[in-house]
Design a protein around this ligand. Structure first.
Ligand SMILES: [Zn+2]
Ligand SMILES: [Zn+2]
Length: 278
């Protein structure tokens, strides 16, 4: 029969190992798949294993200058009333990204938020670089999250677009203007055809009068000196997925309409930034 000391000698290292693993269960595990993570990347990408890092379907080449799609795009040619300048997305809406977004949106995996936020911020930085090439000193004045309906908010407890906009604000130093409201619940978009989505999005959003007025006040205070006449406010709408563009276009229309009603020159530039392009 083994002595107490030899038993302790056998079990103690294992016990210490288990306790250490319990205290830091995810220190070397991939946030998404559970394999060993690669510490060489910068945070928050270091929370992923090499395979998951490699599998991020970054959009590196844009084919459609309007919606940022990496391949031929008939949607933007068909749309007659685009109220925004362009959309840029960080990644393709691949099965992997669908899975990551589902873990975050429907299962509330909060730890994924910094990762998604950083992916979006990468696209934001790229967009700023791209636009700076078109006009000198490109800067936006604030981020506007696409709102979810009350039903969806109760179901999930948070609005993913609003969370992403807050991360953008923290990283870039520009404010979030939470000015949009949904006028009704539109049901699950994923089950609808392109035509049904476009029809559905009409007048789906309205601008909250008080938040809009306070945004205008803030915008007039950050207007650059000496450019009172020609300065156009630039806003960036934030959402998680861009499909047909009808949702963000309806948001842009609501903002354009409100701005036209409130300002004599009435020109505002609206850009869209989304995490995934489907
Ligand atoms: Zn992984
Ligand atoms: Zn397009």
């Amino acid at each position: 029969m083994p002595s107490f000391w030899s038993l302790l000698h056998q079990t103690l290292p294992k016990a210490i190992h288990s306790i250490t693993a319990l205290l830091a269960p995810s220190s070397s595990q991939c946030l998404m798949c559970g394999n060993a993570s690669r510490r060489t990347a910068d945070a928050p990408f270091s929370a992923l294993c090499g395979d998951c890092q490699q599998a991020i379907p970054w959009i590196r080449h844009i084919h459609c200058p309007v919606c940022g799609r990496p391949e031929h795009c008939p949607d933007c040619m068909r749309r007659e009333d685009t109220a925004f300048i362009c959309n840029r997305s960080a990644v393709r809406y691949s099965p992997l990204i669908r899975e990551w977004l589902a873990l975050y949106k429907y299962r509330g995996h909060e730890a994924i938020a910094p990762l998604l936020g950083e992916m979006l911020f990468t696209a934001y930085s790229q967009t700023v670089r791209e636009m700076t090439g078109r006009s000198e000193a490109f800067a936006i004045n604030g981020f506007i999250p696409v709102p979810v309906s009350e039903e969806r908010l109760l179901e999930r407890g948070f609005n993913q677009a609003e969370r992403l906009a807050r991360i953008m604000a923290e990283r870039s130093g520009h404010p979030v203007f939470d000015i949009l409201r949904r006028t009704r619940h539109s049901g699950k978009q994923s089950f609808k055809t392109r035509g049904a989505r476009i029809k559905d999005a009409e007048n789906l959003f309205a601008v909250d009068h008080d938040s809009f007025t306070s945004m205008l006040l803030q915008l007039s205070s950050i207007r650059p000196e000496g450019s009172l006449q020609n300065h156009r406010p630039r806003l960036m709408i934030i959402d998680d997925i861009y499909t047909t563009g009808s949702t963000v276009n309806a948001c842009a229309h609501a903002i354009q309409d409100a701005y036209r009603r409130s300002s004599s020159d009435g020109i505002i530039e609206i850009f869209i930034l989304t995490l995934a392009r489907s």
